[in-house]
Design a protein around this ligand. Structure first.
Ligand SMILES: C[S@@+](CC[C@H](N)C(=O)[O-])C[C@H]1O[C@@H](n2cnc3c(N)ncnc32)[C@H](O)[C@@H]1O
Length: 322
């Protein structure tokens, strides 16, 4: 959930004549655009408020989950980060909540004037924030420890995606973090970026525990899920009954140097399936294969660890020989 300092600044920002009903109407319009795959179709002020109140909590939850994974994989907290396609500054808020997040200098690139105004007014607790309007060919952008792009790539045409990935990678000091919706299109977008980044000399840190081709077959796609609390307002806007929502996302963390890698033993690709006396795990393995493994209760040492695993986790033990 976005931190309380965000909510209090948002309350103060709401425009004169702000109407919850107008925002709810704009949210209906936005969610139809998402369903029709038109992407982030923000046109009027109501659209931006609808994105901020109903969609940003979900993209924020995905950003937080991926940043947690980055730190858990051994990346040091960055001193500087560049977020491209920042929207209302979602990633900046997630970065600010990392340990020592208040010491990070964040640069954001966003083309939409409404979102730029929002980012200038509603500011996360970071060491400094710089806002830029254009990305490709912007000579004002320097190298940053981390470069991030969340829910931005798959809204571009494939030819533009390639140019963005290339340019983003030139601005990376240490790591590039990409997040996309957990859909087949989001996955395919990231797979193209993955091929491109490996060809440029990058090393995949997560989610893949290898640099080989993705072993998933046709019709399957690697994605993960994070659960977050819904605010009362978001619940009302979406006419939802549940107090939480699950956001499905795909991600990719690519580093410039191999030495940053911890040694991955595998990635849990689906909800583990516990049975009596054993548990089934679907694993992406370090040899680049997709494996369905059964861990028996007889192998006490790893069974206990296997029982605590969740979809998306790093495997904490070596896969037993079949
Ligand atoms: C779906 S929004 C994602 C916003 C944010 N990253 C998040 O996760 O909530 C994609 C954003 O990319 C921005 N964008 C698209 N093309 C751009 C460009 N050429 N330069 C800068 N921003 C761009 C859009 O204006 C939009 O705000």
């Amino acid at each position: 959930m976005l931190p309380p300092s965000f909510s209090s600044q948002l309350d103060a920002y709401k425009p004169k004549g702000y109407s919850f009903n107008d925002v709810a109407t704009r949210w209906n319009h936005l969610s139809t655009a998402y369903r029709e795959k038109k992407g982030c179709y923000t046109q009027t002020k109501g659209d931006h408020m609808a994105y901020i109140m109903a969609r940003m909590p979900a993209t924020y939850a995905a950003c937080q989950a991926v940043l947690e994974e980055a730190i858990g994989s051994g990346l040091p907290v960055p001193q500087s980060a560049l977020d491209i396609g920042a929207g209302p500054g979602t990633m900046g808020w997630a970065l600010s909540q990392l340990p020592q997040g208040a010491d990070i200098i964040v640069s954001q690139v966003e083309q939409d004037p409404e979102f730029i105004t929002f980012c200038n007014r509603i500011r996360p607790p970071l060491k400094a924030i710089h806002n830029h309007k254009s990305f490709l060919g912007n000579t004002g952008l320097s190298i940053h420890d981390w470069v991030t792009m969340a829910y931005a790539l798959c809204e571009l045409k494939p030819a533009h995606q390639e140019a963005w990935v290339r340019e983003a990678y030139t601005l990376v000091g240490q790591s590039l973090i990409l997040i996309e919706p957990g859909t087949p299109v989001g996955y395919q977008t990231l797979m193209r970026a993955r091929d491109q980044l490996i060809a440029l000399g990058g090393y995949v840190l997560a989610p893949c525990p290898h640099q080989a081709r993705c072993p998933l077959g046709e019709g399957d796609w690697c994605h993960f899920s994070t659960r977050f609390e819904r605010t009362q307002e978001a619940r009302k806007l979406k006419q939802a009954t549940l107090p939480y929502e699950d956001e499905k996302f795909c991600y990719l963390i690519v580093t410039k140097s191999p030495h940053l890698h911890s040694l991955p033993k595998g990635r849990v690709l689906r909800h583990p399936q516990p049975r009596t006396g054993h548990i089934h795990l679907d694993i992406c393995a370090p040899d680049g294969a997709y494996k369905r493994t059964t861990i028996s209760a007889k192998t006490k040492s790893i069974y206990k660890l296997a029982r605590s695993l969740k979809w998306g986790d790093d495997l904490p033990f070596d896969l037993p020989n079949p």
